[in-house]
Design a protein around this ligand. Structure first.
Ligand code: F6P
Length: 357
């Protein structure tokens, strides 16, 4: 009988539970009897031996629930090799927990940083199966991560609701969306919500072009404008700075986020009232949309298939609408960015959406 460890790591998202349910349901069908150990709060549970034995019952009724039944935490990869405050070697501690429980495999649901640690554990000789979690959709190698579609859904609903109030008041609205260093959520929600301007980190904006786009709308009789702005959006000017210079500039910035900074600049340049809406962590909350439930169930089952074949060291990925795998060492640590030449960007431009470039 196989003994399987499981953990969810990094920022939570919708569909973590659906994915774990898929793994366990798949194992029940393919392997019959298995022992499942869930580590509490991500890698922290593995480091400090905090786990619980789970039964199929624990995975019942969680297809639609948000968050993670195991809890999660951020354990930065760059600190994994640094001993904790009591001098504990975290990597050795994780290996010791794995060996103590005599695990056959560890299933890791995580984003970019978590995948790097997953790969480190693979290098240290542990059997790993990884699953691509993040609302940001920024894992290199997979066309889609679970959580992304649900986040896009919430971000789109926010833009939809802003539309009516923006039009009633003739205001400029900035909807600032999550995505860390990438613009996937903003790009998709911006198109889905009918935003007029989309600003993402991968396409640095020129403030003058943003202002021009707003004025053009006014000239065409549209007195309101909606901007979907990624939290990591950056101006052309700032994109020229070194990382250090940009950090120093951010530290001195009067405004807490790019959305508020832009609001002040646009207000000054156009004289129009500007408001900022930030849905923030609501984008990660609540029930997954059906599409996420489907890919999560399929990715979960595919993880069970790998375990049944004892085919370890892989990240499950989506290629188009198919589930397949990539070796962890090939994917871990690489981010997937929007390219200015992506078809979706060009088509958005042909819809009349300005990227301020
Ligand atoms: O990676 C997911 C994400 O929601 C990013 O979009 C965002 O920048 C970050 O996590 C927020 O992190 P935290 O939940 O730690 O504030």
């Amino acid at each position: 009988m196989k003994r399987i460890g499981m953990l969810t790591s990094g920022g939570d998202c919708q569909s973590l539970n659906a994915t774990m349910r898929g793994v366990v349901k798949g194992l029940n069908v393919l392997e019959g009897n298995v022992e499942i150990y869930g580590f509490i709060d991500g890698y922290k549970g593995l480091i400090y031996g905090n786990y619980k034995r789970l039964t199929s019952q624990d995975f019942s009724g969680i297809l639609t629930t948000g968050g993670t039944i195991l809890g999660t935490s951020r354990q930065p990869f760059k600190l994994m090799r640094t001993p904790d405050e009591n001098g504990l070697d975290k990597v050795e501690a994780m290996k010791a927990t794995y060996r103590y429980l005599d695990l056959d495999c560890l299933v890791i649901l995580g984003g970019n940083g978590s995948q790097k640690t997953a790969n480190l554990l693979r290098e240290e000789g542990l059997n790993i199966v990884s699953l691509p979690k993040t609302i940001d959709n920024d894992l290199w190698g997979t066309d889609m991560t679970f959580g992304f579609q649900s986040a896009v859904d919430i971000a789109t609903q926010t833009i939809d609701r802003i539309h009516t109030t923006a039009a009633s008041h003739n205001r400029v609205f900035i909807v600032e969306l999550m995505g860390h260093k990438v613009g996937w959520v903003t790009l998709h929600a911006g198109i889905a919500g009918g935003a007029d301007i989309i600003l993402i980190p991968e396409i640095p904006y020129d403030l003058r072009h943003v202002i021009e786009a707003i004025k053009r709308r006014n000239e065409h009789g549209k007195q309101f404008t909606i901007l979907a702005v990624a939290e990591g959006a950056i101006s052309k000017e700032d994109a020229q700075l070194s990382k250090k210079q940009y950090k120093a500039k951010l530290a001195k910035r009067k405004y807490s986020t790019v959305g508020y900074e832009l609001a002040s600049q646009i207000e000054k340049a156009t004289g129009q009232e500007v408001r900022v809406t930030i849905p923030g962590h609501t984008q990660r909350g609540g029930s997954p949309v059906p599409f996420d439930r489907v890919i999560s169930s399929r990715l979960g089952v595919a993880a069970a298939e790998l375990i049944a074949k004892e085919d370890y060291g892989k990240l499950l990925i989506m290629k188009g609408y198919d589930v397949t795998t990539l070796p962890l060492e090939k994917t871990a640590g690489k981010l997937k960015y929007v390219s200015p030449d992506d078809q979706i960007v060009l088509q958005a431009k042909h819809l009349g959406i300005s990227f301020g470039d």
